[in-house]
Design a protein around this ligand. Structure first.
Ligand code: FES
Length: 177
């Protein structure tokens, strides 16, 4: 089973949705939220070929992180709340371990969407979403903390969660790769 994410405001855990498709494949619509986990992962040939992966953002509510794989690498797609955005943007850059403005980590006009690689920059564990003091991610392996922009706020991770190449195809759809 895939890893689990949970929303800080929820009293119960929420499972992650998996919504990846190959670039030419249609995305299924019958996707249920909690308590179900839906998986529409690309087939092995898509993964092996390194084709771009398209994500239908309309199926990701605020407060959810979707995990997809692109070229064999885990990617988080997080639908951020206004509070998460303002938290990320109110931080002084000089207070950051790896200073980077939230505006530089998101697409202009689409601040609600954060797309990052999903492995801790320390030794590669998968951080847990909506956990830790900044409500971003917490890495259970050695305690690294990331904020709602995926920036490292406490090591040993040395750098922020990297941003993969991606683009908006429409307001409700992105292509990774
Ligand atoms: S792998 Fe995340 S803190 Fe070590």
């Amino acid at each position: 089973m895939a890893a689990i994410e949970s929303h800080a405001d929820m009293t119960s855990r929420r499972d992650v949705l998996h919504l990846a498709t190959g670039s030419m494949a249609a995305l299924g619509s019958a996707l249920a939220l909690w308590p179900f986990v839906a998986s529409l992962a690309p087939d092995a040939s898509v993964v092996a070929s390194g084709q771009p992966v398209e994500i239908d953002l309309s199926q990701i509510p605020v407060g959810q992180v979707v995990k997809v794989f692109w070229r064999g690498r885990l990617v988080f797609v997080r639908h951020r709340s206004d509070r998460e955005i303002s938290d990320a943007r109110s931080v002084k850059l000089e207070d950051l371990i790896d200073p980077q403005a939230d505006e530089a980590r998101t697409k202009e006009g689409n601040a609600q969407w954060l797309v990052t690689f999903g492995n801790c920059t320390h030794l590669g564990c998968v951080p847990l979403g909506y956990q830790g003091p900044f409500n971003g991610w917490f890495c259970p392996c050695h305690g690294s903390v990331f904020d709602t922009s995926g920036r490292v706020r406490k090591g040993p991770a040395p750098t922020n969660l990297p941003i993969p190449p991606y683009a908006f195809l429409s307001p409700g759809q992105i292509r990774i790769g």
